[in-house]
Structures are given as structure tokens and as C-alpha cells.
Design a protein around this ligand. Structure first.
Ligand code: UDP
Ligand code: MG
Length: 136
């Protein structure tokens, strides 16, 4: 039974600014993720606000959008069996302090906001987020 999925991954400004993007990409590849599409971009704050709209009522929303638009990011479409959940597992908990050993956020995350990577949380949101960055 094949369960090939695609998910959206973002290497966030804190990681790109420390030149960790290649190292993080190698981790994805070594765990069996295929990088189908990728681009290094910097987005404007209104675009970040659109991307994180689901969080618009949260107290951290404004800072989050300022942060995501503060510097270059690497946006990728990752493909693999069970890509959505496997990526969430590889990323680790939102707060790097709570992230399990061996996860990307445990290894590279600085704080709950500067946690180095984003990953879609469901197949449905993966489709929406992939379209957001890669719709031609
Ligand atoms: N975030 C934050 N403060 C919080 C919770 C979240 O700054 O108290 C940021 C953090 O960068 C996180 C993003 O908002 O990655 C989106 O939050 P979500 O709960 O969706 O976490 P994720 O899905 O990224 O683990
Ligand atoms: Mg989320």
C-alpha cells in the first residue's frame, strides 16, 4: 500500500541566517524525503499574515508575522510516504525545550518563536500551503 504524500516545509529566518539551510536539507534527504520543489525567498509582512491567518487571534500573531518576513527563508515541497506526520515528528515540538532528542527543533531551535522550521500539520493544510507558495 502506497501512501505517498507531499508537505510544505519552511526553513525559517533564524536557521537561514545561521547558514543552516543546507544542513537541514541534508537531514530531510537522509530521512527519505524528496525535495520536489524549493526556493529561497524573503516575503513581505502581509504575505506572512496571509500564510499564518489561522493564528490571527493569537497573542503571538503579530510578532510571528514580523519574524517570518524578517529575512530569507527556504520553502520546500517534501515528498515521502506519510510525509505530513513524519515531517512533524522529525521537526519536534513547537517549543525546542520540549522537542525530543534527534529532532530538528531540539538540535537547532533557539526559542518557541525562533524554532527553525515550519511543517504542514495535515494533508489538507499541506495542499493549501503548497499552493500558497508554488501555485504557478
Ligand atoms: N509560536 C510562537 N509562540 C507561541 C506559539 C507559537 O511564537 O506561543 C510561533 C512558532 O514559531 C510556531 C508558529 O508560531 O512555529 C506556529 O504555531 P503552531 O502552534 O502552529 O506551531 P507549529 O505547527 O509550528 O509547531
Ligand atoms: Mg502549525
Amino acid at each position: 500500500m502506497s501512501n505517498l504524500e507531499r508537505t510544505l516545509s519552511i526553513i525559517k529566518p533564524d536557521a537561514v541566517s545561521r547558514s543552516l539551510d543546507n544542513e537541514i536539507k541534508e537531514i530531510f534527504k537522509s530521512r527519505g524525503f524528496l525535495i520536489i520543489k524549493e526556493k529561497k525567498i524573503q516575503i513581505e509582512k502581509p504575505e506572512a499574515e496571509k500564510f499564518y491567518k489561522v493564528h490571527e487571534t493569537k497573542p503571538f500573531y503579530d510578532d510571528l508575522c514580523t519574524y517570518l518576513s524578517s529575512g530569507p527563508i527556504v520553502v520546500m515541497v517534501l515528498e515521502k510516504e506519510n510525509a505530513v506526520l513524519d515531517n512533524r515528528e522529525l521537526m519536534g515540538a513547537t517549543n525546542p525545550k520540549d522537542a525530543a532528542a534527534g529532532t530538528i527543533r531540539k538540535k537547532y531551535g533557539i526559542s518557541i518563536d525562533k524554532n527553525s522550521v515550519h511543517g504542514s500539520d495535515s494533508i489538507e493544510n499541506a495542499k493549501i500551503e503548497i499552493d500558497f507558495f508554488f501555485k504557478d
